[in-house]
Design a protein around this ligand. Structure first.
Ligand code: NCD
Ligand code: ZN
Ligand code: ZN
Ligand code: ZN
Length: 429
């Protein structure tokens, strides 16, 4: 019989609220969640988790793990260790690597590396190019989605012409998700020539455009890193008309502003850029329209960020959860909001049938947090290979204490316990 573990007395976060419940784990899955399971499972190893808040393991649908080609900044092991340290048990890796993941051979090669090196569960996107619509479509069962950059960002992936875009929207299977980096390339170049980095109109134009593409073709759409209230409003309206569209917002667009960018300089450079405090307030006020929080974890080394042409991107895996928990203490969010945004909606959207909830039959992916731990985020002790965070110096309240991945304690008290290769590719239904 599979090993049984009884987590006793945690404050378990479910869509209904926060309740004191026991969780019985059998093998890799949750067997039962009830107020008192001691009598039910006499053979289980009992672990007292009284005092911890138990969240469903976080699912981050947007990370850059830099493998292959960028292993000096991150690889599948360091990036997934950072994930576990941040309470994240599943990551979806982006294809803007070198070479980019845009054909079957590269996809399979990268999948093999992930299988050998990841310490948390993972999925991979296939990247869209102007010429790979046919081949990308054949990968829709293995990939978690098709990633299309309609505006340029880090790497060379770009599909900024209508003909190529429509080909992908028509060919990629209709139950698959097209995830889009929505900034208008012509506007990006126009402002770059005038010394301005991607003002809000770049994102606004592109999101309006890609919503039209999705609506006219009837395709599912996921808009990456929405950074303005205008985009959220458009997405909300499109959904009310019946369009199957979802969106993510990053922690940096919710917890940093242009004021931080002024202080951070090139370390604060990201696509889409950090927004004004008023714009960030606008995002918060429309938070009901947000489907999920995803980090867009995009590590670059300090030397690169401080060099002559600093790349865009910020690491985020290890800081997302403490920032969200701090917002709970401030009364801006609830614990069920966090569970919905970081686990339930990502799982439902992308079709991870056994993840995203703490309920019988689901994978035992569990993130136990010490809600009242007060600490200051710093650059020391991070698992991400880039070794810095734009949130250094920020006082937060709430910390990842223990993380279970499919029934095994994978992270505990600051240490990653899972071995390389114990992460598994997700299956979509
Ligand atoms: C990302 C990266 O560095 O890979 N950079 C960023 O500024 N967000 C690419 C991306 O997500 O656009
Ligand atoms: Zn992007
Ligand atoms: Zn990204
Ligand atoms: Zn409190």
């Amino acid at each position: 019989m599979a090993k049984q573990i009884l987590l006793r007395g945690g404050r378990v976060v479910t869509p209904q609220g926060v309740q004191r419940l026991d969780i019985l784990i059998r093998g890799e899955q949750i067997a039962a969640v009830q107020p008192d399971l001691m009598a039910e499972a006499p053979l289980a190893e009992v672990r007292d988790v009284d005092g911890f808040v138990v969240l469903p393991g976080l699912i981050d649908v947007h990370v850059h793990l830099r493998e292959p080609g960028g292993e000096h900044k991150e690889d599948f092991t360091t990036g997934t260790c950072a994930a576990l340290a941040g309470g994240v048990t599943t990551v979806f890796a982006m294809p803007n690597t070198s070479p980019p993941i845009t054909d079957r051979a590269t996809f399979e090669e990268v999948a093999a590396r992930a299988a050998a090196k990841a310490v948390c569960d993972y999925g991979l996107y296939i990247g869209a190019t102007p010429h790979n619509a046919e081949e990308a479509a054949t990968l829709c069962r293995q990939a978690v989605g098709l990633k299309m950059y309609i505006g340029s960002s880090t790497g060379d992936l770009l599909v900024d012409r209508f003909g190529a875009q429509i080909e992908h929207f028509e060919r990629y299977p209709k139950d698959g998700i097209i995830a889009v980096h929505a900034e208008n390339e012509e506007a990006v170049q126009y402002y770059a020539a005038r010394g301005q980095h991607r003002p809000p109109i770049c994102a606004g134009l592109a999101t309006a455009y890609v919503l039209a593409l999705a609506e006219q073709t009837g395709h599912r759409l996921h808009v990456c890193h929405v950074s303005t209230a205008y985009e959220l409003t458009l997405i909300h309206e499109a959904r009310r008309r019946g369009l199957r569209v979802t969106c993510e917002v990053t922690p940096h667009h919710l917890f940093l502003t242009t004021e931080d960018w002024a202080r951070l300089g090139p370390l604060g450079k990201v696509n889409p850029p950090l927004r004004t405090p008023q714009e960030v307030e606008g995002l918060w006020s429309l938070r009901e329209a947000i489907d999920m929080i995803a980090t867009d974890h995009a590590p670059h080394t300090l030397a690169e960020k401080q060099g002559a042409s600093p790349p865009s991107g910020l690491p985020g895996l290890e800081t997302m959860l403490p920032l969200l928990l701090t917002a709970v203490h401030e009364g801006r969010l609830s614990l069920p909001d966090i569970a919905r945004w970081t686990a339930q909606r990502p799982a439902e959207t992308f079709g991870l049938a056994r993840k995203g909830r703490i309920a019988a039959g689901y994978d035992a992916d569990l993130t136990l947090v010490d809600l009242d731990a007060e600490w200051t985020i710093g650059n020391e002790g991070l698992y991400t290979r880039c070794g810095w965070t734009p949130f250094a110096g920020r006082a937060v309240r709430g910390r990842t204490a223990h993380v279970y991945l499919r029934g095994r304690l994978a992270f505990s008290e600051g240490r990653v316990l899972a071995e390389a290769g114990s992460g598994r590719a997700v299956m979509l239904e």
